[in-house]
Design a protein around this ligand. Structure first.
Ligand code: FE
Length: 204
């Protein structure tokens, strides 16, 4: 099986949001979204079972979906895609708006309010058939495709990461871990002096 074949089925990138039982906003970056039909308006999304957003959506049945624009910063995708809402407030650093109690990313290409209709369980994922309660197109009309993310945003970030050093401004420790510095969790601390991630400065 050449799994590269799967990437030839083109799709976009999306940020979904939900409100957990503690009234906390959670969310994820996903790529598996498909329009099933227009009348009644239904779309299908697939979420990994380990995802806290998936766990939340199973219970609360309400979800926001923001269609990411082509100029989405790498950090937004990394935060929503590589961290867990169990430990991180992913929405804290984003410009957002609230509708029906759910968070949406501002400046997205489109916004949808989804309600869970039918759930299909696979070995590793839940596949949700959702009713679109409301949807609106945003001002940005150039959406980010998964392919463009791989080719442009991720590649550029990798090159930048290889060229830059992250240095602890308190003790001078130079980060040399395998995980890109931006993808380290917010509660990561300097292994030398114990100061938080926020004291690190980027040196070109
Ligand atoms: Fe330090």
């Amino acid at each position: 099986m050449d799994l590269n074949a799967l990437f030839k089925i083109s799709h976009g990138l999306y940020v979904i949001g939900a409100k957990d039982e503690n009234n906390r906003w959670v969310g994820s970056c996903i790529d598996a979204v498909m329009v099933i039909e227009v009348d009644p308006c239904q779309i299908m999304i697939s979420l990994g079972k380990n995802s806290y957003t998936c766990e939340t959506f199973l219970k609360t049945k309400a979800l926001s979906l923001s269609v990411l624009p082509e100029h989405t910063p790498f950090n937004t995708i990394a935060r929503f895609g590589f961290q867990s809402s169990r430990t991180t407030d992913k929405w804290k650093k984003e410009t957002l708006f609230e509708k029906e109690g759910l968070p949406f990313l501002k400046n997205a290409c489109a916004y949808m309010h989804l309600k869970q209709n039918t759930v299909l369980e696979t070995a590793t994922h839940y596949v949700f058939l959702c009713d679109v309660i409301s949807c609106v197109a945003g001002e940005c009309d150039a959406e980010l495709t998964y392919n463009a993310y791989q080719k442009n945003i991720k590649k550029k970030e990798k090159t930048m990461t290889q060229q830059t050093k992250w240095i602890c401004s308190v003790c001078g420790y130079v980060y040399d871990g395998e995980t890109p510095f931006e993808e380290l969790p917010d509660d990561w601390v300097c292994p030398l002096c114990g100061e938080p991630k926020s004291v690190f400065v980027r040196e070109e």
